[in-house]
Design a binder for this molecule. Structure first.
Ligand SMILES: Cc1cc2nc3c(=O)[nH]c(=O)nc-3n(C[C@H](O)[C@H](O)[C@H](O)COP(=O)(O)O)c2cc1C
Length: 219
């Protein structure tokens, strides 16, 4: 395993969308998948699986689907930026340029990890609340986050993507994912083309955490 500390890994785990096509060695791939397998899940059921896609033709087809979705997303995102402050425009344009690169080179990514979940294996405690349900996702994305952190430790670039979920029927067919399994994320991984992981921009914890009551300043 890498020598990096967990806090350093978390505070530098930014999205890396420019990846080299060089292969990821099997032992490294195994370690990052092992990290995913260590994640906690509701009732320890582990209602997730991951399809490790390295086949060129499958990556090509996933890339075409991803690119279609990305273009639509990027167009909408840019339109929303009209009149936004210059700094926000600039950082968003940078992100979109990196996203364009990923969309253009998706098929050249050495490995794409498609995370799937089985809702029938989950105790989804917020299903009947009449709002968007998120609890089920917590038994999948813990594994995804462990994997991302392990990639960071291994010097592998990676980014959690969800746009392919919009094309789930076609992804299901391509990867032979059986019902009721469904898709939660696709994570392209590979060695970074440029600097890779680095500083991140996040809200300060004081804006995110409250003291005892919602809205009460925590310090
Ligand atoms: C739920 C979720 C979905 C995401 N989907 C995508 C995606 O489809 N494509 C993409 O390029 N990035 C995606 N991202 C990455 C975020 O855009 C990225 O983490 C965020 O902009 C912060 O950037 P940073 O991690 O580089 O600081 C997703 C992240 C999350 C947590």
């Amino acid at each position: 395993m890498g020598e990096i500390g967990v806090y350093e890994a978390m505070s530098t785990l930014r999205a890396v969308r420019r990846l080299r096509p060089d292969p990821v060695p099997d032992d490294v791939l195994r370690r990052v998948l092992q990290a995913a397998a260590w994640a906690p899940t509701g009732g320890n059921v582990q209602p997730w699986r991951v399809v490790v896609v390295r086949d060129a033709s499958k990556k090509e087809q996933l890339g075409a689907l991803y690119s279609e979705r990305w273009r639509a997303y990027a167009k909408q995102h840019m339109a929303q930026l009209e009149g936004a402050p210059a700094a926000l425009r600039e950082s968003t344009e940078k992100m979109l340029a990196a996203g364009d690169h990923l969309a253009d080179h998706f098929a050249e990514t050495p490995v794409v990890l498609v995370f799937c979940f089985n809702p029938k294996l989950m105790a989804i405690t917020d299903l009947k609340l009449g709002r968007v349900s998120v609890v089920g996702g917590a038994s999948v994305y813990t594994a995804v986050e462990n994997l991302l952190l392990a990639c960071r430790a291994e010097g592998l670039g990676c980014v959690l993507t969800t746009l392919l979920c919009e094309s789930e029927p076609r992804v299901r067919e391509l990867l032979a994912i059986p019902e009721p399994w469904a898709t939660a994320a696709a994570v392209p991984i590979g060695y970074p083309l440029k600097r890779g992981h680095g500083p991140i921009s996040r809200r300060p914890v004081e804006k995110l955490a409250f003291a005892d009551t919602w809205g009460e300043v925590w310090s």
